[in-house]
Design a protein around this ligand. Structure first.
Ligand code: SAH
Length: 347
């Protein structure tokens, strides 16, 4: 049998090396080679004995992602990378540059089950979950691209293809390694999970003491509208979201982000903003307004900047901290699922 070694956490690698008759510290050495140095062949691991490396390579291999296509935005330099997986499926990741921040937007599934009406990934349907190795490899590959110009990722957002909390086990494993100081060594303050609102899984994640930032895609100010664009609202609705936000043990200065994709003439009016302000009054949250990124295959429209600014002003005047998310890669179809869709012509 051939197993992937880059799906294993530090504790698992330590156990593995012990089973194979080596000292536990070899596990930490392996861990550092795989995740910190991003090495994908045993032969480069020079401080590990040749015999042990050969033994490992008989049963273990590395996850490989092929960079199939890279597009760079002329507007802001952001890059969208289409990766081909070993089973010939495709996923995409995005690199965004903003002042001192370099953010990776990472995928967690091939396709998605959520079926949100405004989202391109939804049109693919659900194909499969990514392994922890495939999630982590995206981060490592993006860092490799950056290292050519002496740069490094500073932030990770799980806002690419898929619903992260619908792949909880592999998400948790990848987070463990992303946050491990001998692994990718990110601070929990620099990592954000975005969810369509799988609240039971969200509670599980937070209760396991993962302190990463949480963003929930709210996208409407009442259940009637949210039902129209997000089928998940039939299972967990806006009232449930409010209840969970009140209950989650999130530290004060670490407010939960509520994402609100603004769609022209659907959820962008002053009345919507006032309803939203009333709903969110007193909650430990901030709102991130996202201008809907129009896709070729959609009849929805983006609002003009003025209505977004007015919406923001109404929320702020009503005591809600509100930001308009800077849009990256508008010229390279950088919204969820867009590169995939333009590359895979059948969609
Ligand atoms: N499934 C997760 C993460 C992936 S989507 C979630 O729903 O949060 C990441 C964010 O992109 C979500 O807030 C989603 O509402 C938003 N989004 C999806 N398609 C978009 C589009 N065409 N334009 C703007 N934002 C979009």
């Amino acid at each position: 049998m051939n197993y992937k070694i880059d799906c294993l956490s530090k504790a698992e690698l330590q156990k593995l090396v012990e089973v194979l008759g080596e000292k536990p510290f070899r596990g930490k050495q392996l861990f550092k080679w795989i995740y910190q140095k991003g090495v994908i062949d045993f032969s480069s691991m020079t401080d590990i004995s040749k015999t042990f490396r050969e033994k490992l390579s008989k049963s273990y291999s590395f996850t490989k992602l092929k960079k199939e296509h890279i597009v760079t935005s002329k507007l802001d330099g952001s890059k969208k990378i289409l990766f081909k997986l070993e089973d010939n499926n495709f996923i995409e990741s995005v690199l965004m540059f903003d002042e001192n921040r370099i953010t990776a937007c990472i995928s967690t599934q091939v396709g998605c089950k959520m079926g949100c009406k405004f989202c391109n990934t939804a049109k693919i349907g659900f194909v499969r979950n990514l392994t922890a190795g495939e999630i982590l490899r995206q981060v490592i590959e993006l860092n490799n691209i950056l290292s050519e110009s002496g740069k490094k990722l500073t932030n990770i957002v799980f806002m690419g293809m898929g619903e992260p909390l619908d792949n909880l086990k592999n998400l948790e494993k990848s987070l463990e390694i992303i946050l491990d100081e001998d692994g990718l060594n990110f601070s929990h303050r620099k990592v954000t999970i975005s969810t369509a609102g799988l609240l039971d899984k969200l509670e599980k994640l937070v209760n396991k003491n993962f302190k990463v930032n949480i963003a929930i895609s709210l996208n409407a100010s009442d259940n009637k509208k949210r039902n129209l664009i997000m089928p998940i609202n039939k299972k967990f609705d806006i009232n449930d979201i409010v209840k969970v936000i009140k209950k989650l043990p999130v530290p004060k200065r670490k407010r939960i982000t509520l994402e609100y994709v603004m769609i022209k003439n659907f959820n962008d009016s002053t009345a919507d903003a006032l309803k939203l302000a009333k709903l969110l009054n007193g909650l430990p949250i901030k709102v991130n307004l996202i201008i809907y990124n129009k896709t070729k295959r959609s009849n929805l429209d983006s609002p003009d900047l003025n209505s977004a600014l007015n919406f923001q002003k109404t929320l702020i005047n009503n005591g809600i901290a509100t930001f308009i998310r800077k849009s990256f890669g508008a010229d390279i179809e950088a919204a969820c699922g867009q590169l995939y869709a333009s590359y895979i012509k059948t969609l």
